[in-house]
Design a protein around this ligand. Structure first.
Ligand code: 9G3
Length: 571
């Protein structure tokens, strides 16, 4: 590509709203432009990278035996009504009505669509397994779009759906997708880790997320420092502290005027917050669910939602519900005499002795309360793990880091095939529901994550595998005929070799050309300047290292060697 012909859209400055490196650099290098909040256009430079990432995804998905499909982005409401999800999603779903007043949504995901395809096209177990995938624009009306294409309302996703005849088949499909994802992110130069994750509202048994560490990530990821255990904090299992055995003392009601929070109660009573238990009340589909965790711990609302079979997100109980359950104002709730539909007791609380809890009476708490003698409940893991706690697998220490999800794979089971009566004839001649899995990669988010992981103060530093162009050939002085002749020859030689080369033939100062090449993150630069008098040019890698003076006739081999070093074949 010749820069004099290209829509070069590099910027010196970006809007203040661009807070993170990838958002700034994707704007400044001329890859994206904002159309509206959370909605972006992709400029030619950005589309080149998108295509490179998509082709890596395509190659690995095809290698795994999946077949590329392209479903419609406009989905009839009827399909979502069959699965019951039309009413489960609120403002996040873009809905449209056509000229005949029929309702559709702009597809946020396609479980229903692909289940419908399977029930129409797959009749017999002999046709299974089938794995269909697409690379398509998705629509989700995020409440708070931010960080450029990292969290946008329109984004490109690769979503795949597998159909198997039994659980064993699904396990294989799931593992094949896991392995394909490891190869995809590796080839993209992205350091992504697979972590155990919660399946959330999508349902199904378990799921795994591919996370990239990033201080601007929105998820907390728990890593063990000794073994390879890794989990989203929503899912990470906790091992409670063991308490010293104590004689059970008599329960006692004590006046604690205006002491509502754990801090106020523990300082008023002069007891360690580890001897207190907080009782939080939640509204779960209209039911009152109480959760007890040690005073210094945090409730994990995803674990609570799963334990209480919530159909939508849970929220804290209203004042009325609190009064209904505890006969007191917020801040004095406790397990003794509590009127709740479900009482969840974190396992750590079960092992405590003589704890302090709310008395279910405004202005009072109870001390010396003991699980079993004074109250019962469903014991389980309902809290967040904390930095430095014990690893649930090996007993080592865990650490917590922020991360961004770039992929998520799920075992769905029969959740959608049952709901939509999507069945096949099994070996025994009986109809059976497909056993399904679904597998997503955020393609635009992957591009942004690569920028987050590969940039410096001069701009983006693209891995060669996804770079928009591999080499920029820069004549220092475009008015110098000899320099232009040599530069053009090298450029044409590279193109003929299958290298995506740029020729910066603009009538710009050399410094501007170097800055643009660095900002756009082009992996290799060949500078054609005065040294052509000695038959030499300068070669520089964007990843660092000095300008290297080499013979003009060595350039093509030098570039070829870089491709080989990166295990990349020339087209
Ligand atoms: C919706 C809306 C938003 C959504 C969903 C449905 C997320 C929804 C979860 C998934 C699960 C997997 C296949 C590819 C991998 C991810 N946000 N999810 O189902 F209607 Cl508005 O999308 N789907």
């Amino acid at each position: 590509m010749k820069m004099s012909k290209m829509l070069v859209a590099t910027l010196r400055e970006v809007p203040a709203e661009a807070e993170i490196a990838s958002h700034k650099l994707m704007l400044r290098s001329g890859m994206i432009r904002k159309v509206a909040s959370g909605i972006y256009a992709h400029l030619p430079l950005g589309v080149k990278v998108l295509n490179n990432v998509e082709n890596i995804v395509r190659e690995e998905m095809n290698n795994s035996g999946a077949q590329e499909f392209l479903a419609s982005a406009v989905i009839p409401a009827e399909l979502w009504q069959e699965s019951g999800r039309w009413d489960a999603y609120g403002p996040e779903m873009f809905r449209v009505t056509d000229r005949n007043s029929r309702q559709f949504c702009l597809g946020p995901t396609h479980e229903e669509v692909f289940t419908d395809i399977a029930r129409n096209e797959i009749k017999s177990y002999k046709q299974l397994p089938v794995n269909l995938y697409q690379i398509q624009t998705k629509y989700r009306d995020e409440r708070r779009p931010r960080f450029g294409v990292m969290r946008s309302r329109e984004f490109i996703m690769k979503d795949a759906y597998s159909f198997d005849k039994d659980q064993e088949g699904l396990d294989k499909s799931f593992n094949d997708m896991h392995d394909a994802y490891v190869r995809i992110f590796n080839r993209c130069g992205l350091d992504a880790k697979c972590v155990e994750a919660d399946s959330g509202a999508i349902g199904g048994s378990n799921s795994a997320e591919f996370m990239v560490k990033s201080e601007v990530g929105e998820d907390d990821i728990v890593f063990c420092t000794s073994c390879d255990y890794a989990a989203n904090i929503e899912k990470a299992e906790t091992v409670g502290d063991k308490c010293e055995e104590e004689a059970l003392l008599d329960m006692e009601k004590i006046e604690t005027p205006n002491s509502r929070t754990i801090e106020e109660v523990s300082s008023f009573l002069n007891v360690d917050s580890k001897k207190t238990v907080k009782t939080l009340l939640y509204n779960v589909d209209g039911k009152t669910v109480a959760v007890l965790v040690r005073g210094d711990r945090e409730v994990n609302e995803v674990k609570v939602a799963n334990a209480s079979n919530a159909s939508t997100d849970i929220e804290l109980a209203t004042h009325e519900m609190v009064f209904e359950a505890t006969n007191s104002e917020t801040g004095f709730a406790g397990p003794v005499g509590l009127k709740a539909d479900l009482i969840l007791v974190d396992a750590e609380v079960k092992n405590m002795y003589n704890m302090v809890v709310g008395a279910n009476e405004t202005g009072y708490h109870l001390k010396n309360v003991n699980y079993g003698r004074d109250f019962e409940g469903t014991v389980g893991d309902f809290r967040n793990i904390e930095e430095g706690e014990v690893c649930p697998r090996c007993g080592g220490k865990v650490t917590i880091a922020r991360g961004t999800e770039v992929g998520h794979i799920f075992k769905l089971g029969t959740k959608y095939s049952e709901a939509m009566n999507a069945r096949f004839i099994g070996e025994d001649g009986k109809e059976k529901p497909f056993i399904m899995g679904c597998y997503g990669i955020g393609v635009t988010r992957t591009v942004a994550s690569i920028v987050e992981q590969h940039h410096d103060e001069f701009g983006i530093v693209w891995p060669l595998s996804v770079a928009p162009y591999h080499v920029s050939v820069i004549p220092v002085n475009s008015k110098d005929e000899e320099q232009m002749r040599i530069a053009t020859e090298l450029y044409e030689g590279l193109i003929a070799m299958g290298v995506d080369a740029l020729l910066d033939d603009r009538k710009e100062r050399a410094g501007v050309k170097f800055k643009d090449s660095e900002l756009m993150g082009i992996p290799m630069r060949v500078t054609v300047g005065k040294k052509i008098g000695d038959g030499e040019v300068e070669f520089k890698l964007r990843t660092g290292g000095d300008n290297e003076t080499i013979k003009i006739e060595e350039v093509l081999d030098k570039v070829r060697a870089e491709f080989e070093k990166n295990n990349l074949k020339l087209k």
